[in-house]
Design a protein around this ligand. Structure first.
Ligand SMILES: O=C(O)c1cc(=O)[nH]c(=O)n1[C@@H]1O[C@H](COP(=O)(O)O)[C@@H](O)[C@H]1O
Length: 282
């Protein structure tokens, strides 16, 4: 039922309920292409994404392509990304395009039309956005996302160590203001709003230390950092205690390094998915 919902938040929650909390990241790093015996070209990226898709499409709730690794190859790389997004849609797998966009409102509208408009070549189910021009500047993206049944993930507490200097600063701390803004945007929408949050799986008890109430945001939290960045399923369970089925865990290198065989990618994804489900949903 909800899997066919016109609203992104409801579709995502339903997809996670059916397939678990794992989101496979597609980040075709040059090192991974080399490890897989593929050329560092758009064709190499196309073969890489095809293998990941064969391994996990229809098996996981969502897939998160990282745009930078496609943009590296210019227009030919973007064409691969366009095809990937279309293939994900056909396979019934939600796409979270990681582009981390954010700009003044008039430009934000153009970004929204690029990624959130029906029929746009790069349309995804959701995109990542940065609130550092002010959460209010994201309004054109939010409006279009709501109109077309898509979603946003707003960076709040990112997984990288450099983030603290900016995101923990101030009183109230910047990250708490972002979470409060998202809570207002999602208020009253069931089961969750269409605006998710990005909070790294590496942040430990920072949300509590900064007085951040993630549950009050009424959002799905995208929690990167498991695998290559050192966090484990236990860390996700501790940091997001109480959020349970509202945490979507993207893993890129931790899964991609098992390639190139699609069945090995599928197997390691299944292992991560089972581990995350048992630790988070106990
Ligand atoms: O928005 C993101 O997805 C993101 C936010 C964040 O705080 N940290 C973070 O690592 N990411 C992305 O998540 C992915 C992590 O990749 P792995 O460390 O290989 O699993 C990369 O595509 C990052 O750009």
């Amino acid at each position: 039922m909800a899997i066919d919902s016109p609203r992104f938040g409801a579709r995502l929650v339903a997809a996670m309920q059916e397939r678990g909390p794992l989101c496979v990241g597609i980040d075709p790093h040059p090192e991974l292409l080399a490890q897989w015996g593929l050329p560092d070209t758009a064709d190499g990226v196309a073969r890489f994404t095809d293998a990941v898709l064969e391994g996990v499409a229809g098996e996981v709730a969502a897939v998160k392509p990282q745009s930078a690794f496609f943009e590296r190859h210019g227009s030919a790389g973007i064409a691969v990304l366009e095809r990937l997004l279309a293939d994900l849609h056909s396979s019934g797998t939600l796409s979270v395009l990681d582009v981390k966009r954010g700009d003044i409102g008039s430009t934000m509208r153009a970004y929204a039309q690029a990624y959130l408009q029906d029929g746009a070549p790069l349309a995804a189910d959701a995109i990542t956005v940065t609130p550092y021009l002010g959460t209010g500047a994201l309004a054109p993206a939010l409006d279009l996302a709501r109109e077309t049944g898509r979603g946003l993930f707003v960076l709040a507490l990112t997984s990288n160590p450099e983030a603290a200097a900016l995101q923990h600063a101030g009183e109230p701390p910047v990250a708490r203001s972002v979470v409060d803004d998202v809570a207002r945007l999602n208020a009253g929408v069931e089961p969750v709003g269409d605006v998710g949050l990005v909070v790294g799986a590496t942040v430990g008890d920072t949300p509590a230390q900064l007085g951040i109430d993630l549950a009050a945001a009424h959002a799905v939290v995208l929690a990167p950092g498991v695998g290559a960045q050192g966090a484990q399923a236990e860390d996700v369970a501790l940091t997001f205690a109480g959020l349970e089925r509202r945490v979507l865990v993207p893993i890129s290198r931790g899964i991609l390094s098992a390639g190139p065989a699609p069945e090995r990618i599928r197997a390691i994804a299944a292992r991560f998915s089972a581990e995350l489900t048992s630790k988070l949903w106990s």
